[in-house]
Design a binder for this molecule. Structure first.
Ligand code: SAM
Length: 244
């Protein structure tokens, strides 16, 4: 999943600066292995039948997951800290779509117990502190509601950075190429036990942990090298949590 930087079109960004490369990221998300053939189908599979459910897409980006959930009969609200990403989501989902510019690290503009499910796909790893965001997501969920999460797999950090302390919550940066544009993203690594502790402290029970294979229709040329004889690769980790 690591891409090498070139000096051309290189953008140095912090977590929430998707504004500066929104179109390039959205194009990559549409067709690339990690989103189109891995994270998105995995989250949709974990969500199952969502017909008639009210779902909040936290960190919705340009709205590909929101669109897929809507197509499956859910009523979807989305928010993202990047206004440019929300603009792209509005183009995709229509002028009437319920979309907001909001920060997951701050109080959310939604009522208590407003949603049946929340999806937070590939967004929590931008945040150092999970206590506030998770308690906000718990607040807007109905009791018994689900929080479906995908994050950078903490084992990937241990593999890529064997010299680093796996057990410390640590900020790190990686370069990615999005539709020909090189971008440095800054993440927070969090060991697995710290994720589990944060879920419990915010009032969630883990009901599933998933390390799925890529989608069955993934074009062979998109798969990472070394996949022969293997069903999956270490990339993201998926959780289904229940609001207790
Ligand atoms: C990797 S993209 C994922 C987009 C979408 N969830 C998906 O899975 O296709 C991460 C998104 O999280 C957003 N984001 C980052 N930090 C955020 C924050 N503190 N609050 C809300 N959104 C945030 C970014 O702007 C970006 O749109």
């Amino acid at each position: 999943m690591h891409a090498h930087a070139s000096c051309k079109n290189e953008v140095r960004v912090t977590a929430t600066d998707y504004d500066s490369f929104a179109t390039a990221y959205s194009a990559e998300n549409e067709k690339g292995l990690f989103n189109a053939y891995y994270a998105r189908p995995a989250v949709l599979h974990l969500a199952g039948d969502v017909s008639g459910r009210r779902i909040l897409d936290a960190g919705c980006g340009s709205g590909p997951l929101a669109a897929a959930l809507h197509a499956k009969g859910a009523a979807v609200t989305g928010f993202d800290v990047s206004a440019a990403m929300v603009d792209l989501a509005r183009q995709r989902l229509g002028e009437d779509a319920d979309l907001h510019v909001a920060d997951l690290a701050a109080p959310l503009p939604f009522a208590d117990a407003e949603f049946d499910d929340v999806v937070a796909s590939l967004v929590l790893h931008y945040l150092k502190d999970w206590a506030g965001p998770l308690s906000e997501l718990r607040r807007v969920l109905k009791p018994g509601g689900r929080l479906i999460i995908s994050v950078n797999h903490p084992a990937a950090y241990a593999i890529v950075k064997p010299e680093a302390d796996y057990f410390a919550v640590t900020q790190y940066s990686e370069d990615y190429v999005f539709d020909g544009q090189t971008v440095w993203l800054t993440f927070w690594h969090r060991p697995l036990h710290a994720m589990a502790d944060a879920f419990a402290a915010a009032g969630f029970r883990i009901t599933a942990i998933s390390e799925p294979p890529p989608a069955a229709d993934t074009p062979a040329e998109l798969l990472p090298p070394g996949m022969e004889g293997r069903s999956a690769f270490i990339c993201f980790l998926f959780f289904v949590l229940e609001a207790t």
